[in-house]
Write a protein that binds this ligand. Structure first.
Ligand SMILES: [Zn+2]
Length: 365
């Protein structure tokens, strides 16, 4: 009964596809019944005949050679993915952003050298994070707006991908892009969109058009900042006390950047075929999941992963059970020295809430 009521309320407030403040006031992330359950895998199984895998890379910014001797981590993660493309039936890769820490040429050289190993093997999409923009001007002054992605674009321009069959299209020279995912199942068509960090309206308009032009595809979206402290944490020590969900504040593109909550209202909820939003950016939360509903009553799974001790997110899709197992996996277990009693777990990239670490998402087709 409760669910029917919620659907009705959502339908009523959702009839008008335009974005306005009254819609925003009437809606909160907690209104929809969760469509996920905690999951405690003891190992990473091989997919069965009904399953395929998409891998999401959490923030890689701390793995550059100059950071704490962690330079081998990204290479080792990519080794594992390439070695297991076939055995794990990996069909696509997405990166949630913050590829680099300081947007330095040496970092892009490092990231590009490693990431290029996927070229010719598998489709992928990259989302720009707040650490991937130009941060200081010629006078070494901090640039608040965080919107110049020219270094990213010099390594990953649209021209690098435009002749590839899986590359669907781009907004502003690969600032945003979309890819056709070859799931291996003829009836399952997935389109994956990578948006930049808290994008402006013109990018959301582009994404709205892309989705409207692909009504027979299931749509997944990756964007850097999405789930975390709902309100801006004025003091760092308060971060863990602020309720988590879609954030009401934005890190990138200055005043014109849309907060995650605005992204939801201006884009996500408007399309019945959007089923998944993947994000990163929040190392204090590390991993999170919630369920929302689109205007049509469709289930939208929203997940976050920013765990920096060598973990990748395995998304194991099952076309029969209609479930996605979302598993954090590392092939570098020596880094996983987490212990529930350790107070410095967060700084060492340990998961602090197991219910939100690995989970099964119910309903994606
Ligand atoms: Zn970030």
């Amino acid at each position: 009964m409760m669910r029917i009521l919620l659907f009705s309320v959502l339908f009523l407030i959702g009839c008008d596809n335009s974005f306005n403040d009254s819609n925003k006031k009437n809606y909160s992330a907690t209104e929809f019944e969760p469509h996920w359950i905690p999951y405690y895998p003891t190992s990473i199984d091989k997919p069965n005949a009904n399953e395929f895998t998409i891998v999401a890379f959490p923030d890689t910014q701390s793995y550059h050679d100059n950071n704490n001797g962690q330079g081998y981590i990204l290479a080792a993660q990519i080794d594992w993915v390439i070695d297991n493309l076939s055995s794990q039936n990996i069909r696509h890769i997405t990166h949630v952003g913050d590829m680099t820490e300081d947007n330095l040429i040496e970092e892009w050289e490092w990231f590009n050298k490693q990431w290029s190993r996927f070229d010719g093997l598998i489709s992928y999409g990259l989302s720009i994070g707040n650490h991937d923009y130009k941060m200081r001007d010629e006078n070494d002054k901090w640039i608040d707006s965080l919107e110049d992605a020219s270094l990213f674009q010099s390594y990953f321009p649209a021209s690098r991908f435009q002749n590839l069959s899986w590359y669907g299209g781009t907004f502003k020279n690969n600032t945003a892009s979309f890819q056709y995912v070859d799931t291996g199942f003829p009836d399952i068509k997935i389109l994956s969109i990578n948006l930049q960090c808290t994008p402006k309206d013109d990018e959301l308009k582009w994404a709205n058009n892309v989705i409207s032009n692909h009504p027979d595809y299931r749509i997944m979206i990756t964007t850097h900042q999405y789930l975390g402290p709902i309100d801006f944490p004025k003091e760092k020590s308060n971060i863990s006390k602020i309720p988590k969900g879609r954030m009401n504040w934005n890190k990138c593109n200055g005043k014109k950047g849309n907060s995650p909550e605005e992204i939801f209202h201006k884009l996500i909820r408007k399309h019945p075929n959007i089923f998944l939003v993947v994000s990163g950016d929040q190392r204090h939360t590390e991993s999170f999941v919630q369920t929302s509903s689109g205007n049509a009553g469709n289930i939208v799974h929203e997940i976050m992963n920013d765990i920096r001790s060598g973990f990748i997110r395995i998304l194991r899709f099952n076309v029969v059970t209609d479930e996605i197992k979302a598993i954090l996996y590392t092939n570098l277990p020596e880094l996983n020295t987490c212990n529930k009693n350790n107070k410095d777990n967060i700084s060492r990239g340990c998961l602090t809430d197991e219910a939100h670490s690995n989970f099964i998402l119910k309903g994606w087709k």
